[in-house]
Design a protein around this ligand. Structure first.
Ligand SMILES: [Zn+2]
Length: 302
């Protein structure tokens, strides 16, 4: 059904679209949470977040996925793209009519919806609770980046490198995400804390390191400036500098995450946004012990 009947429903306006919700519809989502083993114990807290409109579950006449993305990724035009965290509005939005059968209010894949919700919840925590997020993401992101950097720059003496420089780099990238530092600042921190140590500590030549570093910088600059149209340049980057995404793959492998949770993504975001790594881990059923305390905390603090 393309045009749900939204009369008598409560609208929440976003840039470019409106979500219409009702107590009846919200109950459908609460039932999904109640039937899920991870979310069960957090139902009251989740209800609070729904009541306070941080989680918006309702009908929309539009898809959340942009036209550009739909063109490039027609296969993603379904279920998993209809739950998104919108940072400006500070809400997790789920388009009900795309994830359920409207005639009987039945969610097509309840557990999958929870997995996707958990992904977006990581981004939500990063935006709203800097300190708590920094604490929970650190360990995984450190492990992840250790593999990424080693792959990307062919680091040899890794234990020295890890203790001296990686710790600092990881902390700074996390700080960058939560404090919204500029891309210029990130480049500087990558440069200061990592690249200068590579040349003497890598299996690659100085020229190769410099080339890789330059290409990574270009890719990240494009990523932050191009928005959705980054997808058009991504395949070029993948071809020209395959190590940029291969390094990210090696990071997820070290964390033991199954490829289905990252293989079809644009693998660049992880260099700048640690919340993406945690998001994929949660979505893939890893590090879930962190989830409940954070949901409880969120419902009390917001
Ligand atoms: Zn994400």
């Amino acid at each position: 059904m393309d045009k749900p009947d939204t009369k008598n429903m409560t609208p929440t306006k976003f840039k470019g679209f409106t979500i219409y919700t009702s107590p009846e519809l919200q109950k459908v989502l609460i039932d999904v949470f109640s039937s899920n083993t991870i979310m069960q114990k957090n139902v009251e807290a989740l209800k609070t977040l729904i009541e306070k409109n941080y989680i918006v579950f309702g009908y929309s006449k539009k898809s959340l996925f942009s036209k550009i993305m739909n063109k490039v990724y027609p296969l993603r035009k379904t279920f998993d793209s209809e739950c998104l965290f919108l940072p400006k509005a500070n809400k997790i939005v789920i388009v009900a009519n795309k994830v359920m059968d409207e005639s009987n209010l039945k969610i097509y894949k309840p557990d999958l919806l929870v997995d996707i919700f958990l992904h977006e919840f990581s981004h939500f925590i990063a935006k709203n609770f800097r300190k708590e997020f920094s604490g929970v993401v650190y360990q995984s992101y450190f492990k992840f980046m250790a593999a990424v950097i080693a792959y990307l720059f062919g680091v040899k003496n890794f234990s020295y490198f890890k203790s001296r420089h990686l710790n600092l780099l990881v902390k700074l990238i996390i700080k960058r995400e939560v404090k919204k530092l500029t891309i210029k600042k990130v480049m500087k921190l990558y440069s200061n804390n990592v690249t200068k140590h590579f040349i003497s500590n890598s299996v690659y030549s100085k020229e190769e390191i410099e080339k890789r570093w330059k290409e990574l910088q270009n890719a990240l600059a494009l990523y932050v400036t191009q928005g959705d149209s980054f997808v058009f340049v991504y395949s070029n980057i993948k071809q020209k500098s395959p190590y940029i995404h291969e390094a990210i793959v090696s990071g997820y492998k070290v964390l033991g995450l199954a490829p289905q949770y990252y293989a079809n993504n644009i693998l660049v975001q992880e260099y700048l946004f640690p919340s993406e790594v945690l998001a994929n881990l949660w979505q893939g059923g890893k590090e879930l012990s962190l989830v409940s305390p954070l949901i409880q905390f969120t419902s009390r603090k917001l």
